[in-house]
Design a protein around this ligand. Structure first.
Ligand SMILES: *Cc1c(COP(=O)(O)O)cnc(C)c1O
Length: 389
């Protein structure tokens, strides 16, 4: 059994991928070739926004979004400590300060109630129960600028509640949709749920290329213009006119070509993922179960980048993973260490205990194999191993 199987997908669309690559080899426009605009137009339509801006990775998408808002040293951006490092890394790379806010224990996403409490504590420079601030906050006069919410494992964060808080305090909202492309939230597509949405085409993501890639989505013309310029070294009127300090953040033509081929079956793959998740749920919801399966709230459709369950405790998780491994079932832990405890962020002086839900989940969570082509028989075998003993 494979954790993620990209070969089955390739077998289905190999000819289409080869044809797309062949076209690029023929026209030779490896940088900003016509496939970029074609992909941007198709994905903007899919997400339901005015602008899609292809870029080199999900990390660059976050960076471009923050740069479009002019985020810099002295600014603070609220985000979750239970994510891949890239989310907070993009904030820190610009010299701004990530201010972490703990997660909701069932969705694993930024908790809107805790978000408001954190913003209040930050503004008053007074940590309160359940909030913890980086050491640098009030003293050096940081300014709260925005929020990056993450749609962890493919499930959207609660953007209606987050937008209410953001509006109240005058903050922008960026959606880190790296894991959730293809997901729905109240009838709207992930990527279009905040002021700017950022996704990743890393091969293992729901819509993955054969290398790095990413995209920004927005309805805001001004922000779109900025991001278009920023991804091309801050280009202005012509190639050697630079109006902003930008980056080399382009998406490769070849990656866009691969993604266009994969897009043909993407909607169907999202459907298949629902079936796989449903089967897991039926198999694992049986009482008593050694794991708590993930729960998708009403009006949400997850893109199921991961199917993550919670074990009773760390020891139980280790035992279950060993048992599965011995039966040939690979598992993974996303994420074993919350971001506020990463050595890279030592300078923020967060401590163990600051974000108890994230810390607890880091010790209990693990992910089961998940891809559109997982067989029911494989899932049944997995469930027998997991539940038996
Ligand atoms: C994968 C991922 C990223 C970064 O995307 P890359 O394309 O690898 O740079 C950012 N945020 C989250 C939540 C991710 O899972």
């Amino acid at each position: 059994m494979k954790f993620i199987d990209l070969n089955i997908q390739q077998q289905r669309i190999r000819r289409s991928i080869e044809k797309r690559i062949q076209t690029v080899l023929d026209h030779g426009q490896y940088i900003m070739g016509p496939e970029i605009a074609e992909l941007e137009a198709k994905l903007a339509g899919y997400v339901g926004v005015r602008h899609a801006i292809g870029c080199a990775s999900g990390t660059d998408a976050l960076l471009l979004a923050l740069m479009a808002y002019g985020v810099k040293s002295g600014d603070a951006v609220f985000t979750t400590p239970f994510s891949f490092i890239a989310t907070a890394e993009a904030i820190a790379l610009l010299g701004a300060t990530p201010v972490f806010v703990d997660i909701d224990s069932t969705t694993f996403n930024l908790d809107p109630g805790r978000l408001e409490a954190a913003i209040k504590a930050f503004t008053g420079n007074k940590p309160s129960a359940g909030t913890a601030l980086p050491e640098t906050s009030g003293a050096t006069g940081l300014t709260a600028k925005g929020i990056i919410a993450v749609d962890l494992f493919g499930l959207a964060a609660d953007y209606q509640a987050i937008a209410q808080v953001a509006e109240k305090y005058g903050l922008f909202v960026i959606e880190d949709a790296a894991q959730s492309f293809g997901a729905d939230y109240y009838g709207k597509k992930s990527g279009g749920l905040a002021d700017i949405g950022c996704t990743s085409f890393f091969p293992a993501k729901p819509l993955g290329g054969y290398g790095d890639g990413g995209m920004c989505f927005t309805d805001d013309d001004e922000l779109a213009d900025k991001m278009l310029s920023l991804r091309l070294h801050g280009q202005g009127e012509h190639r050697y006119d630079h109006v902003l300090v930008g980056i080399n953040g382009r998406l490769d033509t070849l990656q866009a070509a691969v993604l266009l081929a994969k897009l043909e079956i993407f909607a169907e793959e999202i459907e298949l993922r629902q079936q796989v998740a449903e089967t897991y749920h039926e198999l694992l919801a049986a009482e008593p179960s050694p794991v708590v399966p993930p729960r998708v709230p009403a009006n949400y459709v997850s893109a199921w980048a991961q199917y993550s369950v919670l074990a009773r405790d760390e020891r139980s998780r280790t035992a279950l993973r060993i048992r599965l491994e011995e039966a040939g079932v690979p598992t993974a832990i996303y994420y074993p260490k919350p971001l506020h405890l990463q050595p890279a962020f030592n300078y923020l002086r967060y401590a163990r205990g600051d974000f108890p839900v994230s810390e607890d989940h880091a010790q209990r969570i693990f992910s089961l194999p998940m891809h559109p082509y997982l067989q029911k028989s494989e899932q049944e075998m997995l469930a027998r191993v997991l539940l038996g003993g």
